[in-house]
Ligand binder design. Structure first.
Ligand code: NAD
Length: 497
């Protein structure tokens, strides 16, 4: 089995690894050390032109391939991901700074997603429409758009590559993927596995480069027919403006400020570790992170104490120490998160635990291995109580291990506070009262709700939906096949009747 190496400073265009046209490069660094892992190509406008042209050439042949054949290639890709999951995990973990087991989990999730869309490829159907008399036939077909531009962030690159590329390809589109400049290695590794699986040249192209450069050139390119963007709300707005110029559809999956809503009757032994995990997994750098805790007033003090103790027990270290939490992705992110930590007490929040940098903490946990790594962007898992609903900490996405707590009294207030946010990604409700759980699930303004678990564990093909400033998409599940297709309606008069 060939090793899963990524050719330094090269990107995948038209089935070939090649440097940027102007030979530009970008370093990719390990956030636990600041050391360079390897260089990747720095794509410019000419590379974007090449990749879009390759995808346009490949489109007619790929769209004409039978859906079963497309499914078979996706299945082969999924198998290769499974076989190389350890290497893939190492690429993602090192690049993002997350524990190796987190990278491994995402590798398996990516495999499962590609496998799901392998099975979905030949199950995409239109509908037959009712007619006024037997002399007519009406039906719809789902057709691919053409070239899909996929732009993704750095936090879960394997999963986001799979979740956006696999349905697009399954539906018969070709793809130009632009991963984040700070974590492009896992997407490049996945592209190499797709190449080995036998996708025709040009069907999947990957450009590495900066957002303002390669990303902007790709999303404003007139040869692109559909844009799928995952990232911050600010960049999402810029991408939608670019899409307006070319009148292409956009799928946006943006930021979040997801609440865990905890009632006094909940099973605390299940809820508390899950709530801690929801804000420390990936160092809180998840779009759906449970960054707000709304807790029933009668149990607040006890809950906050238990959560603080669990946060203090989180083990920090570099990716290969494989502990509970790694550093933040970059210096910029580190400074941003520390800014929130400094500002929150001035805006009235009460610091319960954490609140600052955590390099010493990481060294202690990871021992010698972290001893030579003084420069990681480690931040303490932090809890603030009594957070003012008007404060930045309560309203903005921090993207770090920082939990904002507020108390509520009664179901009506829980609903009101749960919805008091511009975002609408995920809400988690913790209660043993099924009627109350159903009321909250009905009244919440978010794309996803989970009850007595954080997120969608145990459900296959759970749609990754968004509302409000979190975006709009039909990502995940069978709906994603529709997201990547346009509907054509056909009306026929049967003349020989
Ligand atoms: P970001 O918006 O800075 O960058 C995302 C991607 O867009 C990167 O590939 C970047 O290079 C590119 N980009 C930046 N400027 C661009 C431009 N002008 N034109 C085109 N492309 C451009 O986001 P980030 O910091 O990489 O990621 C963190 C954000 O992603 C958070 O807000 C998080 O909530 C969000 N996110 C959302 C989901 C979801 O499914 N809703 C999933 C993961 C992350």
């Amino acid at each position: 089995m060939a090793e899963l190496l990524i050719p330094p400073a090269q990107q995948l265009i038209d089935g070939e690894w090649a440097p940027a046209r102007d030979k530009g490069e970008l370093p990719v660094t390990d956030p636990a050390t600041g050391q360079t892992i390897q260089a990747v190509a720095r794509a410019g406008r000419a590379d974007v032109d090449d990749a879009v042209a390759a995808a346009r050439r490949a489109f007619p042949g790929w769209a004409a391939t039978s859906p079963s054949e497309r499914g078979a290639l996706l299945r082969r890709w999924a198998e290769l991901i499974g076989r190389h999951v350890e290497e893939l995990a190492a690429h993602e973990a090192r690049d993002v700074g997350k524990p190796l087991s987190g990278g491994r989990m995402n590798g398996y999730i990516a495999q499962g997603i590609v496998d799901y869309f392998a099975g979905a490829a030949d199950k995409l159907t239109g509908v037959t429409l009712p007619t006024r008399s037997p002399g007519y036939l009406g039906y719809t077909v789902q057709e691919p758009y053409g070239v899909c531009a996929v732009v993704i962030p750095w936090n879960v690159p394997s999963v986001l590559t799979a979740a956006n590329v696999a349905p697009a390809l399954a539906a018969g589109n070709t793809v130009v993927l632009k991963p984040s400049e700070v974590a492009p290695l896992a997407p490049l590794a996945l592209a190499e596995l797709a190449r080995r699986a036998g996708f025709p040249p040009g069907v999947l192209n990957v450009l590495t480069g900066e957002g303002a450069e390669a990303g902007a050139a790709l999303t404003s390119h007139p040869g692109v027919n559909h844009i799928s963007f995952v990232g911050s709300t600010t960049t999402g707005r810029a991408i939608m403006r670019a899409a307006a110029e070319n009148l292409v559809p956009v799928k946006l999956e943006l930021g979040g400020k997801s609440p865990n809503v905890l009632f006094a009757d909940a099973d605390m032994d299940v809820a508390i570790p899950a709530i801690v995990g929801s804000i420390t997994e990936n160092a809180g750098q998840n779009c759906y992170a449970g960054s707000r805790l709304l807790v029933e007033a009668s149990v607040k003090d006890e809950v906050v104490e238990r959560i603080a103790a669990a946060m203090r027990a989180v083990r920090l270290g570099p990716w290969d120490a494989d502990l509970d939490m790694g550093p933040l992705i970059s210096e910029a992110q580190y400074r941003r998160v520390l800014g929130f930590l400094e500002e929150a007490p001035r805006q009235g929040a009460r610091l319960v635990t954490g609140g600052g940098p955590a390099r010493e903490w990481a060294r202690e946990w990871a021992g010698e291995r972290a001893g030579g790594r003084p420069d990681g962007w480690f931040v303490e898992p932090t809890v603030f109580d009594d957070v003012d609903p008007g404060s930045r900490l309560y309203r903005e996405e921090v993207f770090g291990p920082v939990l904002a707590v507020q108390a509520f009294s009664g179901t009506a207030q829980a609903v009101e506070m749960m919805n008091d946010t511009d975002f609408g990604l995920l809400a988690c409700v913790w209660t043993n009262d099924v009627s109350r759980a159903l009321r909250l699930a009905g009244e919440v303004r978010s794309g996803q709700v989970s009850v007595n678990q954080f997120a969608d564990a145990g459900v296959i093909g759970f749609p990754f939906n968004m509302q409000k400033d979190s975006g709009f998409s039909r990502g995940g599940g069978h709906g994603a096949m529709r997201e990547y297709t346009q509907e054509k309606a056909v009306a026929i008069r049967l003349l020989d009747r």
